[in-house]
Design a protein around this ligand. Structure first.
Ligand SMILES: Cc1ncc(COP(=O)(O)O)c(C=O)c1O
Length: 429
C-alpha cells in the first residue's frame, strides 16, 4: 500500500489495521469523508471523480436527494419492523414496483448479493429436488458457502472452504476464447460444452437444479458475451428441465441500459438475483421469480432484515428515480461515448488490448506486447489514477473496470477520462 495522502488518512488507516478483519484487500489508501453526485471527497479534502460507484451500487449518484428524502421520511416513522414475521407497506410497494418493472410476480427480500444467490440456490433445489449446480469459470456470485461454490473467480476466495456440488462451464470470453475459436463461426462452443461434455461425462441434467449465469461477467473481467450465448444457455435449460438463474447483482438496475441486463439478450431467466444498486446505498437483496416456481411453503426460508423498512423506502425511491430520469438511456449514451474515447486511447497506447462493455459497465483489458495479460501495468494505472484524482478498480486478470454512477455527465466523464489518460501515460513511462 502506498503512503496515505495526509495525517488524518494515515491515522484512520492505522486504526483500521488494528481492528478491522485482515481479510479485506484495499488497493490504495482512499479514506472517504463524503460524496455528492459522482464526486468523492477524502478526509484530507481532496476530490475524486468516481468510476466505481461503491462497487456498482450508487447508480443514482451519491447523496441523491430523492433517495435521502425517502430514507429520512421513513426513519421518522419506523426503521425496522421484522417484516418476515409481520406486515408493513413499504416492502409490498417495492415488490409491486419490481413486479411491474420485471414481470416476475414473486419477490423474496434479503440484504446482499450473496444472500439473494443463496435464496436462488435453495429455491432451485427445492423446486427441482436436485442438488447440483452449473456455474461458469470467471463467475462471481458471492462468498457465503453456497454462492462461493458457484464463484470461480480467484482460487484464494475458495481455499479450504467446502462446496455444494458445482460443475463449471466456459463463459463466452471471446477476446480470449477458451477453445481458441472465433465468433461467429464457433457455433458458441462454450455454451455447447454444457451438453457435449458436462451432461455427458460429469453431471447428469437429472441431478442439476440450476445453471447460474451472469448476463455480463463482472468480477471476471467485464465480459460481454455474444448475443447467442444466453439464448443457448436458455435452450439447454429448457431441453433438460433445468432452472436458469440470472445473477443481475452487478449488471442489473439499468447499468447496461435495460433494467435487467438479460433484456439486452432477449432472454428471460426463471430466477433473478439483484442487489447492489437496487438499495440506493442501503443493504438490499432481491430474489425474483414466478409464482409457479416460488411456491415454497411458509418457514422454509427467511431472515431478520429482509424487507427492512428503511432499505425498502430507499430502494423504491431509487427505482422511481432511475425510471423517471431514464437512467437506462443515459447509461447507453454515456457508455457509448466512454467506449469511443477509450478506443481512441487504444489506438494510441498498444498496452490497451481490448475495450468492451455495455452501457456503463465497461472494461479495459491491459496486455503485454505479446498479447498476454498484464496485471502489473493494470495495477499501476489504477494507482496512478488515484493520484490523478479518479477512482478505479480492477476486475478479471488484467482489466480496469469503469462502472460510474449512471448520473455522470459528459463533462464529468471527459474530465475523468483526461485524468485516466494522464495516469495511463505515467504508468506506461
Ligand atoms: C455478479 C455478482 N454476484 C454476487 C455478488 C455478491 O454480492 P454481495 O457482495 O452483495 O454479497 C457480486 C458482488 O460483487 C457480484 O458482482
Amino acid at each position: 500500500m502506498i503512503e496515505p495522502p495526509g495525517p488524518t488518512a494515515r491515522n484512520i488507516i492505522e486504526r483500521d489495521c488494528d481492528v478491522i478483519s485482515s481479510c479485506l484487500a484495499r488497493p490504495y489508501p482512499l479514506v472517504i469523508e463524503k460524496a455528492q453526485g459522482v464526486t468523492i471527497t477524502d478526509v484530507e479534502g481532496k476530490e475524486y471523480i468516481d468510476f466505481v460507484a461503491g462497487i456498482a451500487v450508487m447508480n443514482t449518484g451519491y447523496s441523491n436527494p430523492a433517495v435521502s428524502d425517502a430514507i429520512t421520511a421513513q426513519l421518522a416513522k419506523i426503521s425496522h419492523c421484522g417484516f418476515p414475521d409481520f406486515f408493513a407497506e413499504p416492502p409490498v410497494k417495492l415488490a409491486e414496483k419490481l413486479a411491474q418493472m420485471t414481470h416476475y410476480d414473486r419477490v423474496f427480500f434479503c440484504n446482499s448479493g450473496t444472500e439473494s444467490v443463496e435464496a436462488a440456490i435453495k429455491l432451485a433445489m427445492w423446486k427441482t429436488r436436485r442438488q447440483a449446480l452449473i456455474g461458469f469459470y470467471g463467475g462471481f456470485h458471492g462468498r457465503t458457502l453456497g454462492s462461493l461454490s458457484l464463484t470461480s473467480s480467484k482460487v484464494r476466495q475458495k481455499i479450504h472452504f467446502p462446496a455444494i456440488r458445482t460443475v463449471h462451464s466456459h463463459y463466452a470470453y471471446c477476446y480470449r476464447c477458451p477453445f481458441n475459436n472465433e465468433y461467429p463461426g464457433c457455433g458458441i462452443q462454450c455454451a455447447a460444452y454444457i451438453e457435449d461434455v458436462i451432461f455427458k461425462r460429469e453431471l447428469s441434467p437429472d441431478d442439476t437444479a440450476a445453471i447460474v449465469v451472469e448476463p455480463i461477467q463482472g468480477e471476471g473481467g467485464y465480459i460481454v458475451p455474444p448475443p447467442e450465448f444466453h439464448k443457448e444457455v436458455r435452450r439447454i435449460c429448457d431441453d433438460h428441465n433445468v432452472l436458469m438463474v440470472a445473477d443481475e447483482i452487478q449488471a442489473g438496475c439499468y447499468r447496461t441500459g435495460t433494467f435487467m441486463a438479460m433484456e439486452n439478450f432477449g432472454v428471460r431467466a426463471d430466477i433473478v438475483c439483484m442487489a447492489k444498486a437496487i438499495g440506493g446505498g442501503l443493504p438490499m437483496g432481491v430474489m425474483l421469480s414466478d409464482s409457479d416456481i416460488m411456491d415454497w411453503p411458509p418457514g422454509i426460508h427467511s431472515n431478520t432484515f429482509g424487507g427492512n423498512l428503511l432499505a425498502s423506502a430507499a430502494s423504491l425511491a431509487t427505482l422511481e428515480f432511475m425510471e423517471k430520469e431514464e437512467l437506462g438511456n443515459q447509461a447507453k449514451d454515456l457508455g457509448m461515448y466512454i467506449v469511443q474515447r477509450l478506443e481512441e486511447m487504444q489506438a494510441e497506447y498498444p498496452g490497451i488490448g481490448d475495450v468492451r462493455g455495455l452501457g456503463l459497465m465497461i472494461g479495459v483489458e491491459m496486455v503485454k506486447p505479446d498479447g498476454s495479460i498484464d496485471p502489473d501495468i493494470r495495477d499501476r494505472i489504477i494507482l496512478e489514477g488515484y493520484k490523478e484524482g479518479i477512482i478505479l478498480l480492477s476486475c478479471g486478470d488484467s482489466v480496469i473496470r469503469f462502472s460510474p454512477p449512471l448520473v455522470m455527465t459528459r463533462e464529468e466523464a471527459d474530465e475523468g477520462l483526461d485524468r485516466f489518460e494522464a495516469a495511463l501515460k505515467r504508468a506506461l513511462l
